[in-house]
Design a protein around this ligand. Structure first.
Ligand code: URP
Ligand code: ZN
Ligand code: ZN
Length: 459
C-alpha cells in the first residue's frame, strides 16, 4: 500500500518547496510536483508543512536516578514523543558499577522491547572503567552503538574522574565512537552543596546557586582539552550558559572536532523559576541548572552561528507529587530532570521560528537533520528524500494550542511550559510509512518501534 501526501510544503534543512511525497512501504519513493495518484491513499497536505520526523538524541526513559526512576517508559515516552513530532530518539544506557557494557545494553533493550512506538538507538554511559570495560568499548559499534558518554558531575553516583575521561577518549576516537560529556565540575559542586546544606540553605533555588556557570565552563574547557590531546571527537551535551558556549566556539574556531547541543528548556527558564514560592521551584530542577536571560540570548546566538548544532531535550521526567517531593526538605535530594520530549518541536518553532530568531530550515536542521548526521542515522533519518524512512510530520503552522499537563501525553503530573500559547503544531505523524497519531488520537502500535543500528562517527 502506498500513501501520497499531496500539495504540502516540504521543509528540509536546506529547502522549502511545494511537492507531493509518495511513500511506498516504509520509505519515501518520490518527491516532486503532481505525482500520479495510482490508487495510493491520499493525505491532503495543503496549507501544511511536511517535516522530517524529529530526532531527539538526548533522553532518559525508565532510568533509575536520584533514588527513583524517570517517570516515562519506552511506551509512554514514545507516545508523547510521537504527538510532539519526534519519531526517533537515542536514549542513555547507564552502566551499573561492577558490570559490563553488554549487560547494560541488554538491560536497556529489555526496557524497550514490546513497548517501543518510535524508532530508537542507544548511547552507552560509562561509569566504571575496568580493564574489561576498556576492551568492550571497541565492540560498541558492532552492537549498533556509536556514541558513548561520561558524566563529569554527580559525585558519588555517575561521575568519573579525569583519568577515566581521558582513557575513554583514547579508546572512543579510534573506534569511530563519538564521546559525549555532561560537563560540570562535580567535585567543586559537591563542596558547594555540602556548604549550602550545612548553612541550612535547603530550598530548590540552591540547586542553581551551587552549580554556577563557571563550573560548567571549566569542565567544558577541560573536556575539550583532553579530547584534543587524545585526538578524539567530542560532543558536549546540554550547554546552558554563555561561558561554556564560549569555550565550545573557541575550540571550533581552532579546528577542534567539538560539537555541542543545548536543550530546548534552556532558552526559556531562569534561576528565578527555581525560586518560585513554596516547593514549586523543584519542577525546574535539572543539571546544569537554568541560568539568566543573558544566557538565553547567548544560546540563540549559538544556534544561529552553528556553534550549537543540536536542540535536544534531556527528557528525564519526575512527578512533582511523588518524586520531586523526595527533596522537599533538602534541594540536594530533588531528582534532577525535566519533561520536554513532547513539547520540543512546538516551543522551538514558537520561540525560534515565529519569534524571528531562527529560520524554518535551521529549525529542521537543529531538531532532526544534525542529530541524525552526528549520530550515524543520516540519510535514513532526519530528512525528506527518496530512500529515507517515511518518518513524516504533518505540521500545521496556524494551529493554536495552549500547552498543559491536562492535555499532554507524558506520564507526569506537570508541564514545564504550562499555559504557553503556541501557533504551529504537529497534526498527524507517520513512522516508516505507518501513521501513529491523527489529531488527538494515538493510532500507532505498541512494540512497532525499531532499534536503530547506527553507523560509526565519520566527521
Ligand atoms: O538534570 C538532568 N539533566 N537529569 C538527567 C541526567 C543528565 O544529567 O543528563
Ligand atoms: Zn547531564
Ligand atoms: Zn541527560
Amino acid at each position: 500500500m502506498s500513501t501520497l501526501f499531496t500539495n504540502g510544503t516540504v521543509v528540509t534543512a536546506s529547502d522549502t518547496y511545494r511537492a507531493d511525497v509518495l511513500v511506498k512501504g516504509e520509505q519515501i519513493a518520490a518527491v516532486r510536483r503532481d505525482l500520479p495518484r495510482d490508487g495510493a491513499r491520499i493525505v491532503d497536505a495543503a496549507g501544511r508543512y511536511l517535516l522530517p520526523g524529529g530526532v531527539d538524541n538526548h533522553t532518559h526513559l525508565d532510568m533509575p536516578f536520584g533514588g527513583t526512576t524517570s517517570a516515562d517508559d519506552f511506551y509512554t515516552g514514545h507516545v508523547a514523543a510521537a504527538f510532539g513530532g519526534t519519531t526517533t530518539h537515542i536514549d542513555f544506557v547507564i552502566q551499573a558499577k561492577g558490570s559490563g557494557l553488554r549487560d547494560a545494553l541488554d538491560t536497556w533493550h529489555a526496557k524497550a522491547r514490546g513497548k517501543a512506538v518510535i524508532d530508537y538507538g542507544f548511547h552507552l554511559a560509562i561509569t566504571d572503567l575496568t580493564p574489561a570495560v576498556m576492551n568492550e568499548i571497541a565492540q560498541l559499534p558492532e552492537w549498533g552503538v556509536t556514541s558513548a558518554k561520561v558524566f563529569m558531575a554527580y559525585k558519588g553516583a555517575l561521575q568519573v574522574d579525569d583519568t577515566t575521561l581521558f582513557n575513554v577518549l583514547k579508546r572512543t576516537g579510534p573506534a569511530g565512537i563519538l564521546l559525549m560529556v555532561h560537563a560540570e565540575n562535580g567535585d567543586a559542586i559537591d563542596i558547594l552543596i555540602k556548604e549550602a546544606v550545612a548553612a541550612g540553605n535547603l530550598s530548590p533555588k540552591y540547586h542553581a546557586l551551587t552549580r554556577p556557570p563557571e563550573l560548567e565552563a571549566e569542565a567544558t574547557n577541560r573536556a575539550i582539552a583532553l579530547a584534543a590531546v587524545a585526538g578524539a571527537p567530542l560532543y558536549v551535551v546540554h550547554v546552558s550558559c554563555d561561558l561554556a558556549l564560549q569555550h565550545v566556539r573557541a575550540a571550533q574556531q581552532r579546528g577542534n572536532r567539538v560539537w555541542a547541543e543545548t536543550c530546548v528548556q534552556y532558552f526559556f527558564f531562569t534561576v528565578d523559576d527555581l525560586a518560585r514560592p513554596g516547593f514549586e521551584g523543584a519542577k525546574y530542577v535539572c543539571s546544569p541548572p537554568f541560568r539568566t536571560p543573558r544566557d538565553h540570548e547567548a544560546l540563540w546566538g549559538g544556534v544561529r552561528d552553528g556553534s550549537l548544532a543540536v536542540v535536544a531535550t534531556d527528557h528525564c521526567p519526575f512527578n512533582f507529587a511523588t518524586q520531586k517531593s523526595l527533596g522537599r526538605d533538602n534541594f540536594a535530594q530533588i531528582p534532577n530532570g525535566i519533561p520536554a520530549i513532547e513539547d520540543r518541536i512546538k516551543v522551538l518553532h514558537e520561540a525560534g521560528v515565529r519569534g524571528g530568531r531562527i529560520a524554518l530550515n535551521r529549525f529542521v536542521e537543529l531538531t532532526a537533520t544534525n542529530p541524525a548526521k552526528l549520530f550515524g542515522l543520516y540519510p535514513r533519518k532526519g530528512t525528506i528524500a527518496v530512500g529515507s524512512d517515511a518518518d513524516l510530520v504533518l505540521f500545521n503552522p496556524t494551529a493554536e494550542q495552549t500547552i498543559s499537563a491536562k492535555t499532554h501525553h507524558m506520564r507526569i503530573d506537570y508541564n514545564l511550559f504550562e499555559g504557553m500559547r503556541v501557533r504551529g503544531a504537529p497534526e498527524a505523524v507517520w513512522i516508516r510509512g505507518r501513521q501513529v497519531t491523527d489529531g488527538d488520537r494515538f493510532v500507532g502500535e505498541q512494540g512497532s518501534g525499531q532499534y536503530l543500528h547506527r553507523a560509526r562517527f565519520a566527521h
